[in-house]
Unconditional design. Structure first.
Length: 87
């Protein structure tokens, strides 16, 4: 996993969290920030998360006037970008 931060135009800060994991299927991307949504329905809570992580991130980012962007390619990993105003 790689975490980076950089200034972007308009007095904003972009934080990127990038992994090289299994990725997320394109069909699931629109829903992964919904509460309790899990891509792998076969995983029980004991084996994985609750499906709350990205939902919490989305709410925090939007509450602070920021933007959340998620890109993923199955077999190559996922990139999560959070952009917030810093000025």
């Amino acid at each position: 996993m790689t975490v980076t931060a950089r200034s972007v135009p308009g007095g904003q800060l972009e934080v990127a969290v990038i992994d090289t994991g299994v990725g997320i299927p394109t069909a699931d991307l629109p829903r992964i920030t919904e509460r309790f949504y899990r891509v792998d329905k076969a995983r029980s809570r004991e084996l994985g998360g609750t499906g709350l992580g990205l939902a919490i991130v989305r709410h925090l980012v939007l509450a602070h006037g920021g933007q959340l962007r998620i890109e993923s390619e199955p077999g190559r990993g996922t990139s999560v970008y959070v952009t917030v105003l810093i000025s």
